[in-house]
Design a protein around this ligand. Sequence first.
Ligand SMILES: *Cc1c(COP(=O)(O)O)cnc(C)c1O
Length: 387
Amino acid sequence: MTAQPFLPFALPDIGEAEIAEVVDTLRSGWITTGPKTRRFEEDFAAWLGEPALHALAVNSATAGLHLALEALGIGPGDEVITTTHTFTATAEVVRYLGADVVLVDIDPATLCLDVDAVERAITPRTKAVIPVHYAGLAADMARLIPLARRHGLKIVEDAAHALPTTSGGRLVGTLASDATVFSFYANKTITTGEGGMVVVRDDELAKRIKVMRLHGISRDAFDRFTAKVPSWYYEIVAPGFKYNLTDIAAALGIHQLKRAREFQQRREAVAMAYHQALADLPLQLPPGPRDGDTHSWHLYVVRLADEARIGRDAFIEKLFAAGIGCSVHYIPLHLQPYWRDRYGLRAGQFPHSQRAYERLVSLPMYSRMTEADVARVAEAARQALLS
Ligand SMILES: *Cc1c(COP(=O)(O)O)cnc(C)c1O
């Protein structure tokens, strides 16, 4: 058997236009936040179909989540509800602000947070909820948004997986939440290496996020066009953060964004090919979107069925031995020492996340995967499960 090259779990898809734009930026003399970042923000709002939305570029989704919660006034004594079945970034930002995280279990069908569990977790201290559109499938926003409104809760969507994803036919980013945060980390559906975008409707919220993403600097305190205040003048109105995106990164984003739909179509084709190739194996395949909706297919997550003869860990080892990279999304937060110990959490409180975690594997998924790559993964899965 000839050794085949390693087939990674994820790969960025960087084209010549992205490279040329980065080179142009490097030659321009302006490499940090500037004209390309502004263009990326304008393009992003236009891409969402609502140029009046505020799209605010930041250097990570983690930074964006932090800024959104800060601008919404989350602080000590407050509780924020989110899913245990996520990356720690979703929850850690709540702790940055001195508020407490209340983790809830997932809907086992979608692996997104269970809206009934959210309702049961609401207390008088609850101020916000952070849904995660897991793997690129929208959380049940049709039920979550009215529930949050009834209880006066803010909604910050962790849309790190959700470009492009729709819910009820509307793009995530344009729903009736308070803020939506996208990630452009290296393995996400579009990438700037590191980067993120916060999308908000409210002008005051946008203003606060803009000030806090760059040291608490405000230039709105005066009218720059009156020429009475010199261009070097600024005021510090808060102890802000250093969360701005560079123009080098934005140069990538401008062209990645143009390809977002093409990437989604490629990923969807890979998902459909997996569905076919894996259909007769002892695997639970990931759910598709509701009729008429779009799944970004950031991840393709299978779960080993009860009748599988090997466990998840052995399955991953066999795929690695066949030169195929896999991952696990996620080790739930309730199992992580920090979260477990801070809130005294037990696996039995999150039976659906726990059960999913023990059985799930993310198979390779990226836009440049070929049909032959999918066939190779499927064949390795078959060998691992049936031989
Ligand atoms: C990647 C990811 C983040 C963090 O994104 P960064 O841009 O790396 O900060 C947050 N939440 C989820 C669900 C993610 O997958």
